[in-house]
Design a protein around this ligand. Structure first.
Ligand code: GLC
Length: 794
């Protein structure tokens, strides 16, 4: 090629200039439609501003035509009525709602959004607030202050605060490497939150093509850019970080409450290859008394990697096998990829072809790409009929007793240089065709929608569990997310923390990495430290690759096995607390696993704190992240804290050096906390016999916690079949008053016995429970001092 004219392609010109952006220019006209929509005509384009709620505004710029208000599938809300006042001033057009003011400069159409006190929330760059070029790219530059810190962006490598990063959103199958240089991974969530001096706002760029967020190239501006389509973004005005997440998830939806079994310990490997191998594995968990809730079947379970089939030799009787495991409290979760093998004798391929359901080019030719089964076709999930067909096809699995599906390779991944489908493929998009490059990032979201809805229908009243690798904004409505093909490196254990924290900020509470690392070889110490961390990642699965050494809990000898077992058991002990936080996440959008900055946005020590995190508002977890380390520094923010293991009191707003031998995961509890726990169980199928309520009374603050429970399996909770109990606690002088008040009893939990464990108080104090003085048992167990009260009979 280099000897032909190809060598002098115009793009290869050394000094070629980047394609110039054209500004939208000055404001020519405006009109107010309905009560919450303003349309602007600029010299070089059109803008529509729509108020969705008092503090959520959508801005759409289209250089060619009146903006299209149809949204991607990420958005599930319609705008509410918001009263607006429009003031046509000499230099500016000013739009005001009860909470925010948008000022549009008439000469440049530069936007400034301010709160009711006049403080700027977001302001366009004077030149390139809204611009585009002849290649169809659109861009918006926003002003950035020295105090701006950036979070969210879904699943990204590197540290928590994304200031100084440039990130690309383009769903990509990245086997290796996951390092700070790699920005496009499997998930594309074009959303972020800015925290500035304790206040927050957020932005969702709802554009399903390749988008780029540049928080790196300038110190005074940042940019959001899309390869094609409209500049279509939502501004969430906060003002707190939590309010931003609530606003974002009010637009893109919340995680439905997952089945309880999906919160247990899961074991996977690429692959457990036969019924017998899986039976032996489950038997091993049983004999070693290690809790287990699910086993995964990777691609080898299928007949020649054909989805919706089982290999007859290795899995001769899947129905019996799945029932048998379920009766032992173990769910089987098979992998399902979107690629359907090109095989005219295979029913899914026949059905897809006959029903015209596969992705194709504009001339009608079906697109085939290579994945595990070889040449494969891909369902066009942008068409409703295809989504229904694919969803319904899961009857194949649900009829066998399967309730969970693992969706992989759904970027979609294809084994070629671009790693994906030809961007020229033309999707149906329910009658408004769009090429793949415009909708690439939405493919997985649509596959999950189809799978979730199909599974839900097939399972009738049971909650389905889905796990996905790829996704777009809104993916939380359908599936949990695991962070793909990490490696058994300490660096990847470290990276998993900020990655999951930013996923949580991006509306995805149910996430976690492959515990132990997927590729490369794990080792005993790494697996211990990773399992310790894993008990607090919302999703908890050990998974490893074909060629790596085995990393089941017992793989590295008895010493490590013993500690790993102890921590998997801890997961079950913490489940009542975690489940309550899952319920809160499904109601409010707030993540279970949180960065400290979410709770302490004014504390600069938290801005980029990437090696410790919170579970809810009262627990700090500080995993050990280095080989050989037996100490680590932990930052405790404002308040008084307890070392969970020793009950030692520790002062807040300080760094502490904590001793963490190999069997200790440092955990800290905030004074004032109320934490429900259960007992060790072999799987969530076993009944919860006893509820333990840990109380860490505070002299300064009244404690308050609403404990939540339900059957963990059905959708009955949507119609009141759940249990809530308000636990309160007040410490005055030497008197501790604890009350428990059942608020909702549409479901009654299993536990027969309730024990209060009161930490950090002295022996002579009087304890009252629901007004009655209690007999107490004072325990000193090493350094731990707590008072036990059995309130089962009270
Ligand atoms: C992909 C997945 C991995 C899986 C493998 C085989 O690499 O990310 O989890 O084990 O495919 O299906």
């Amino acid at each position: 090629m280099k000897d032909s004219s190809f060598a002098i392609l115009p793009e290869n010109e050394k000094d070629s200039k980047p394609v110039e952006y054209k500004r939208i220019g000055s404001l020519l006209a405006y009109s107010v439609n309905n009560q919450n929509q303003v349309e602007l005509t600029g010299e070089n384009g059109h803008v529509t501003i729509i108020f969705y709620q008092e503090k959520i505004v959508r801005m759409i710029m289209n250089p060619k035509q009146k903006p299209i208000t149809k949204t991607s599938m990420a958005v599930i809300r319609q705008p509410e009525k918001v009263e607006l006042f429009v003031d046509n001033r000499e230099n500016d057009l000013v739009i005001t709602s009860a909470n925010i003011t948008i000022t549009i400069c008439k000469t440049s159409m530069q936007l400034r959004v301010a709160d009711q006190n006049g403080s700027t929330i977001m302001e366009d760059d004077a030149q390139y607030g809204m611009a585009f070029n002849k290649n169809k790219e659109i861009i918006s530059l926003k002003k950035m202050t020295d105090d701006d810190h950036f979070y969210g962006f879904g699943e990204k490598t590197s540290f928590l605060d994304k200031r100084g990063e440039r990130m690309t959103m383009w769903n990509t199958d990245v086997f290796a490497p996951h390092n700070p240089e790699i920005d496009a991974l499997y998930q594309s969530i074009p959303y972020f939150m800015v925290i500035r001096n304790g206040s927050a706002h957020g932005m969702l760029l709802d554009n399903t093509s390749k988008t780029i967020f540049d928080m790196k190239s300038s110190n005074t501006t940042y940019s959001i850019k899309a390869e094609v389509g409209q500049l279509d973004y939502y501004l969430f005005c906060g003002p707190t970080p939590k309010a931003v997440i609530e606003q974002y998830t009010s637009i893109t939806g919340k995680m439905p409450l997952p089945p309880k079994w999906s919160l247990g310990y899961h074991q996977s490997r690429y692959s457990y290859k036969s019924e017998q191998e899986v039976r032996n594995l489950v038997e091993n968990f049983k004999t070693k008394n290690i809790p287990l809730d699910a086993i995964y079947l990777d691609i080898h379970y299928m007949d020649g990697y054909r989805v919706f089939t089982f290999d007859e030799d290795c899995f001769p009787n899947p129905e019996k096998f799945i029932k048998e495991l379920k009766s032992q409290g173990v769910h089987v979760v098979p992998i399902v990829d979107p690629g359907v093998k090109e095989d005219p004798e295979y029913y899914m391929y026949q059905d897809g072809m006959r029903g015209d359901r596969f992705c194709k080019y504009i001339d009608g030719t079906i697109y085939h790409g290579d994945v595990w089964p070889g040449s494969s076709a891909f369902p066009d999930f942008t068409r409703e009929e295809v989504r229904k067909w694919w969803g319904k096809s899961h009857q194949f699995y649900t009829d066998l007793g399967i309730e969970g599906i693992w969706n992989d390779m759904n970027e979609p991944a294809v084994f070629n240089e671009t790693k994906t489908m030809d961007t020229k493929v033309c999707h149906d998009y329910d009658g408004t065709p769009r090429v793949h490059r415009e909708v690439h990032n939405e493919y997985a979201l649509l596959m999950e929608k189809s799978t979730y809805e199909g599974m839900k229908e097939n399972l009738e009243n049971q909650r389905p569990f889905l796990l996905t690798r790829a996704g777009y904004a809104g993916i939380q409505r359908y599936a949990a997310v695991w962070t793909g093909d990490n490696r058994s490196f300490w660096e990847h254990l470290q990276m998993a923390i900020p990655m999951c924290l930013n996923l949580g900020i991006s509306g995805v509470p149910f996430c976690g990495p492959d515990v132990g690392g997927f590729a490369h070889d794990s080792n005993g110490e790494l697996l211990v430290r990773w399992t310790q961390f894993g008990i607090f990642t919302p999703y908890f699965r050990n998974h490893s690759e074909l060629n790596s050494i085995h990393q089941e809990p017992w793989s590295f000898g008895e010493t490590y096995e013993h500690i790993i077992k102890q921590y998997i058991e801890q997961r079950y002990i913490w489940l009542p607390y975690l489940y309550t936080l899952f319920q809160q996440a499904s109601a409010t959008g707030l993540p279970v696993m949180r960065p400290l900055v979410l709770e302490y946005p004014n504390d600069e020590n938290t801005f980029n704190l990437s090696d410790q995190f919170m579970i809810g508002s009262d627990l700090i977890i500080a995993p050990v992240l280095h080989p050989g380390a037996r100490h680590r520094v932990v930052y405790l923010p404002k308040g008084e804290w307890f070392n969970y293991w020793t009950d030692e009191r520790l002062a807040g707003e300080k760094h502490h050096l904590i001793h963490a031998p190999i069997d200790i995961l440092p955990i800290f509890v905030k004074e004032g906390a109320v934490i429900p726990q259960g007992r060790v169980r072999r799987s969530t199928k076993e009944k919860e016999e006893e509820l333990l309520i840990h109380i860490y009374p505070s002299k300064k603050n009244h404690s308050f916690f609403t404990y939540y429970d339900d059957d963990g399996n059905t959708f009955g909770y949507e119609t009141g079949e759940f249990f809530t109990n308000e636990i309160q606690c007040q410490l005055k002088k030497d008197k501790l008053n604890i009350t428990m008040d059942t608020k909702q009893d549409g479901y009654w939990p299993d536990w027969k016995k309730t024990t209060l464990l009161i930490h950090g108080i002295e022996e002579h104090m009087d304890i009252y429970f629901n007004g009655r003085k209690q007999k107490t048992v004072f325990n000193t167990n090493n350094e731990t001092i707590h008072i036990c009260v059995d309130i089962s009979q009270s």
